[in-house]
Design a protein around this ligand. Structure first.
Ligand SMILES: CC(C)(COP(=O)(O)OP(=O)(O)OC[C@H]1O[C@@H](n2cnc3c(N)ncnc32)[C@H](O)[C@@H]1OP(=O)(O)O)[C@@H](O)C(=O)NCCC(=O)NCCS
Length: 332
């Protein structure tokens, strides 16, 4: 059976830096509180004149294509993870496909929030394993900042969430030593409303009303401490699941790249796994929580910094809205 191999990785984050001090200008919070509770020092929020989910993804994809050393036309399929598409429909996958000049190939959007990138990776990996496609572009991209409550009432979300895009290219391989080893996907809809944006929703008299816009229901709503408690358990569980599936031990992981939800969550997981600092990668300090974009942005930055080397065992893990949680093991 064929396997899939990562041949390129890239990312793009908007130029517009928003520091914690910037947020204190419109929210009752402090730099100290945000750093202590989330680890975030600054994040990027998009420029509505310039950035779209699709064009940020296109920039990330072009970098990944360059680094892979392939021609864009070799891409046969796109799997696009986002919960913040440019339009209510169609998804942003087709918009990016248009920007890349790849009209005609298939493109799907996946809506699995913070776990979205690993879900997308899993879909791509399995399409390659069946022999359906040889080269697939996998994207995680979000613009969260336009749906945040930027008042003090929204201070448990507006300090956390941010914008950006990441891209990974998977290609079919017979090489056992460089491949995606496995992916593990989970969800529990019992907690769907713990972290969500209710509107615009289709099961209303009208999908979008003046009342919705005057209210809070289109903004991101989250019970932060409930999310935190579930996240730390699920992260650990799904990492051990991936290791067990491959008869590996936690000591075999060269680099753990957790979804950048909150630095305290990553540190908690790191302590539980008893991992030294050099074997876990965090960049939430300057990127914030970019939902589906967080893992590919982190992979791209880790790769740029020389922290992912040929043959390394990389573990990806995520938890988020849904709830959904997921992991992947990659022999890079
Ligand atoms: C959001 C989060 C940082 C809040 O931290 P916390 O320690 O749980 O704080 P709580 O929500 O219990 O709130 C504690 C107090 O801080 C206040 N607070 C919340 N956000 C604040 C902010 N930005 N600045 C100052 N105070 C804030 C609350 O109003 C509350 O005040 P009160 O005690 O007077 O009511 C934390 O719950 C968290 O990170 N959860 C996980 C979220 C996450 O990762 N989401 C993404 C999943 S993909």
């Amino acid at each position: 059976m064929k396997h899939s191999k990562v041949i390129g990785i890239g990312h793009y984050i908007p130029e517009n830096i928003v520091t914690n001090d910037d947020i204190t200008k419109f929210v009752d919070t402090t730099d100290e509180w945000i750093r202590e509770r989330t680890g975030i020092e600054e994040r990027r929020w998009f420029n509505p004149e310039k950035d779209t989910v699709a064009n940020m993804s296109t920039r990330a994809a072009r970098l990944a294509i360059d680094r892979a050393g392939i021609d864009v036309k070799e891409i046969e399929f796109i799997v696009f993870a986002t919960i913040t598409p440019d339009y209510f429909f169609p998804g942003s996958g087709v918009l990016m496909q248009r920007e890349l000049g790849l009209q005609g190939i298939g493109a799907i959007d996946l809506r699995n929030a913070c776990s979205g990138f690993i879900y997308a990776l899993s879909v791509a990996d399995n399409f390659i394993k069946t022999g359906m496609y040889k080269t697939i572009l996998v994207i995680g991209a979000e613009i969260q900042s336009s749906a945040l409550d930027k008042t003090t009432a929204g201070r448990n979300t507006n300090v956390i969430f941010a914008d950006g895009a990441g891209a990974m290219i998977l290609q079919a391989t017979e090489d056992q030593d460089h491949r995606v080893l496995s992916t593990h996907l989970h969800s529990d809809g019992d907690h769907a409303e713990v972290l969500y944006a209710r509107d615009p929703g289709s099961s209303r008299k009208v999908r979008l009303s003046k009342e919705m816009l005057d209210g809070d229901t289109f903004k991101v709503q989250m019970d932060g401490s409930f999310v935190f408690k579930h996240a730390v358990v699920r992260f650990e569980e799904v990492i051990y699941e991936a290791l067990a599936a491959n008869s590996l031990e936690k000591e075999d992981i060269d680099l753990l790249i957790p979804h950048q939800a909150n630095l305290r969550i990553s540190q908690f997981v790191q302590r539980r796994l008893n991992m030294p600092d050099e074997r876990i990668f965090n960049n939430i300090m300057h990127v914030g929580n970019t939902t589906a974009a967080s893992i590919p942005i982190a992979c791209s930055e880790a790769w740029e910094q020389g922290k992912i080397k040929d043959g390394d065992l990389i573990c990806l893990a995520a938890f988020g809205s849904g709830f959904t949680w997921a992991s992947a093991l990659i022999r890079w």
